[in-house]
Design a binder for this molecule. Structure first.
Ligand SMILES: *Cc1c(COP(=O)(O)O)cnc(C)c1O
Length: 425
């Protein structure tokens, strides 16, 4: 980074003045008296989401069942419409993406379809740092095939417990691997894996690969088609700001539109004949075939508004500001908080190409108590054991001054040992 940062408040103010995305803050419901840097767990509500949600509530009130066909955005096609809207920011064709299910359910739907153990090739390759739900789901998928997770799930080890080495992953791509499932960005450290490289190496060895992009869609641009990844899935409530437990997304490369869904349901049927109510399932030739049930239209509606705001800002501008916010925060930690008695360090890799949207602030001692002391000051980060305080500045609603402020609070908490009051709790 060539940015000339300095540690003064004036410098933070100047960065905010020069920020061409700063007006997007008005599009959100900002929580009063809080510095909210937890958008990688639950993004804040956009005013647009509130609007699209209220519109659909009103359609339900006034149209009843007819909303499926006569809503402003007919509910029957809502999931496909959202897939079409989000496709450009993940580098996919419109028919390759659909809003459906939830993250873990989509993982099950895709892995049950793409994991076809055969002969010697019967293992799944994943990593030991992934979000636990992914690991639980993969183990159960292995059990469903009558195999043994203890032998057939290979977890790429991490040397430092925070980051992964792509070379180690590639070395594990042996001729015993039937499928690879990895995260795009690691939820604890914020490392961004090289998805293009991993996909290329997997395909060279005849292995299909899918990614959990929950921690990257909406903050990091993706090029699924160009990289030729086989499938992906992600949630909508983190950087996509679509509300708690919002409907998730899945992507399937169009070359796989003939794969039979492992968890079939009537919403995966061709639209034109879905209401013929035939007992013969006729899966549509698009990512839509992996849908299972009626979409939860109330939840789906919120996504429309939040996607509008992200598309308006542009994913490239979002990424650019995200990297700069993070570079600024890393700079302040290095300058002001790395020496004794502060002793903070950063678990996130320094190379901007290997970073997602959040940073892992670590400290050997009292990190949980320091996190609690931050919360007392109205700072909302989150904490992941054993010692990671996650700071996720969202380019659409966070400011450089807020990051400057967080650093001052951290300094004060250590200077006055304010974390001590939380020690006996
Ligand atoms: C947030 C997240 C999930 C959450 O799963 P749900 O099924 O939506 O509760 C799963 N995997 C990863 C990598 C995540 O970051």
């Amino acid at each position: 980074m060539t940015d000339n940062f300095d540690t003064s408040l004036d410098s933070a103010k100047k960065l905010d003045e020069e920020d061409c995305l700063s007006h997007f803050q008005n599009r959100f419901h900002i929580i009063k008296d809080k510095i909210y840097v937890d958008g990688n767990s639950l993004g804040l509500m956009t005013k647009e989401s509130e609007k699209s949600l209220l519109r659909v509530m009103n359609e339900w009130k006034t149209l009843g069942i007819d909303g499926w066909w006569e809503g402003q955005q007919p509910w029957f096609y809502f999931s496909e419409k959202l897939g079409e809207m989000i496709a450009p920011i993940v580098g996919a064709q419109p028919e390759e993406v659909v809003a459906t299910g939830t993250t873990t359910v989509n993982l099950h739907a895709l892995v049950s379809s793409f994991y076809q153990p055969e002969g010697k090739r019967k293992k799944i390759l994943a990593d030991e740092l992934n979000f636990p739900t992914d690991i639980y789901a993969l183990k159960s998928q292995i059990l469903l095939k009558g195999l043994n997770p203890a032998e057939d799930l290979i977890l790429t080890p991490s040397e430092d417990g925070l980051n992964l080495d792509e070379k180690v992953i590639i070395d594990l791509m042996t001729d015993e691997i039937a499928l690879i499932v990895l995260p795009s960005v690691l939820y604890r450290s914020g490392q961004l894996l090289d998805m293009a490289l991993l996909t290329k190496e997997a395909h060279k060895r005849g292995i299909q690969i899918g990614f959990d992009c929950s921690h990257s869609v909406g903050i990091v641009p993706h090029k699924f088609n160009e990289w030729d990844i086989d499938f992906a899935f992600w949630c909508s409530y983190k950087y996509l700001n679509s509300g708690p437990g919002a409907t998730a997304f899945l992507y399937v490369n169009k070359k796989h539109f003939d794969v039979y869904p492992g968890l079939a349901g009537w919403f995966g049927n061709v639209k034109e004949t879905q209401f013929d109510m035939s007992n013969e399932f006729d899966p549509v030739e698009s990512a839509g075939r992996w849908q299972i049930s009626s979409p939860g239209i109330i939840g789906v509606a919120a996504i429309e508004g939040s996607l509008k705001v992200i598309l308006e800002a542009g994913i490239e501008s979002i990424r650019e500001k995200s990297l700069k916010l993070n570079a600024y925060f890393l700079y302040l930690v290095d300058e002001l908080l790395s020496n004794s008695p502060y002793n903070f360090s950063i678990g996130t890799l320094r190379d901007p190409n290997r970073r997602g949207g959040h940073m892992a602030l670590t400290r050997d001692e009292y990190s949980f108590e320091i996190f609690k002391a931050l919360r007392e000051y109205g700072i909302v980060p989150d904490f992941r054991p054993k010692n990671v305080i996650r700071i996720a500045p969202n380019p659409l609603y966070n400011t450089y001054q807020e990051l400057w402020q967080i650093i001052q609070y951290l300094k004060r908490i250590i200077d006055n040992e304010e974390y001590r009051i939380f020690l006996d709790e």
